[in-house]
Design a binder for this molecule. Sequence first.
Ligand SMILES: NC(=O)c1ccc[n+]([C@@H]2O[C@H](COP(=O)([O-])OP(=O)(O)OC[C@H]3O[C@@H](n4cnc5c(N)ncnc54)[C@H](OP(=O)(O)O)[C@@H]3O)[C@@H](O)[C@H]2O)c1
Length: 374
Amino acid sequence: MATREALWDYRDEFGDAFGRTYFRRFGPGVASSIGIGTYLGDPTLAVDDAYREAIGLALRSGVNHVDTAVNYRCGRAERVVGEALRNSPIDRDAVVVATKGGFLPFDGDRPDDPAEFVRERFVEPGIVAPDDLANGAHAIAPEYLEWSLDRSLDRLGLDAVDCYYVHNPETQLATRSRDAVYDQLEAAFELLERRRAAGDVGAYGVATWDAFRVAEGDERYLSLAEVLSRAEAAGEAVGPGDDHGFEAVQLPFNVAMADAFTRRNQRSPGGDSDGDPDAEPISTLEFAHEAGLSVVTSASIGQGELAVEGAIPADVDATLAGETPAQRALNFARSAPGVTSSLVGASDVDHLRENVAAGTFDPLGASAFDAVFE
Ligand SMILES: NC(=O)c1ccc[n+]([C@@H]2O[C@H](COP(=O)([O-])OP(=O)(O)OC[C@H]3O[C@@H](n4cnc5c(N)ncnc54)[C@H](OP(=O)(O)O)[C@@H]3O)[C@@H](O)[C@H]2O)c1
């Protein structure tokens, strides 16, 4: 598990090479505001090798935040993250390792018949109850997440992960009511509180795609205030005190998908800080900041689309620091007020070097970021 001391030592070793606020408070200490993602790419040995090299280079270059999920690249992504960590001269305790559970993982490659695979591997052995499935491939019931977390620890070859996300919980809205999804989340958080107490998980959160960036009336919407209150309830239920480990929210955020900053879709339970229940809604980033949650951005360079010259609107591009479009796109994401770290997936070591170098530039200050939207 990452420790405060090892994270700060890592910052002391690498911090001088980077710009202002490159390392930010995350987990038990600080982590780089550029994190490496492991989502894209085929489930092949060649892509395994490429990611292993890129993650190894990232860890040796000042990136100590790695994000994966049990289902990425048919389960191969977690194995490669574990191998890269074990092969690295960098102490495992100096790295924030995050993974996710929710989507039922394949086992190394894509089966010919995914529905049959789910039935034979998950439903028939009783790992997932049919009623818990959404879209035939997603579950967040605690019994299933318990299995999934164990599978992740096994594939990673780690005793513990630093952040465990419930993966895209809004997927469950396809089959059940919003209240039922909040109930499922509370049950999942109780499991994660128990696993936190057992030392298997440092903190937990939700990784979302739509839930926190769509409008309140949208069928994919979840209220961050309600999700947080369910974590508070889980913390109280599991005890011994009334604290909880819900510390992070992951959401897509980039120049072309800035909803978490621009859309006012979240409400504090008691209204605003003065307790006014009719207070105007605030953005997800503002809510997270007020609640002390870490925000991690996914798709920070638009899954590669923003790395192309001309993809960032010229007036925005002109405000951003960085030598290349990919660097400027990444620096946009990690400049947004309330963002802790921006993930960028890179299996190509040249991409990785370019992305790490984005961190040598200072991010925009809060008022300069606001001005981009005026
Ligand atoms: N919760 C969710 O639903 C969710 C969804 C998506 C992602 N995520 C997480 O967020 C991470 C980041 O998102 P993402 O991987 O989807 O998208 P991304 O980071 O915006 O883009 C990754 C893509 O950009 C390419 N790339 C990286 N650096 C580049 C550069 N300097 N120049 C040109 N191309 C470059 C990569 O290619 P190469 O591989 O060839 O380097 C890859 O195809 C993921 O890896 C995952 O960990 C979470």
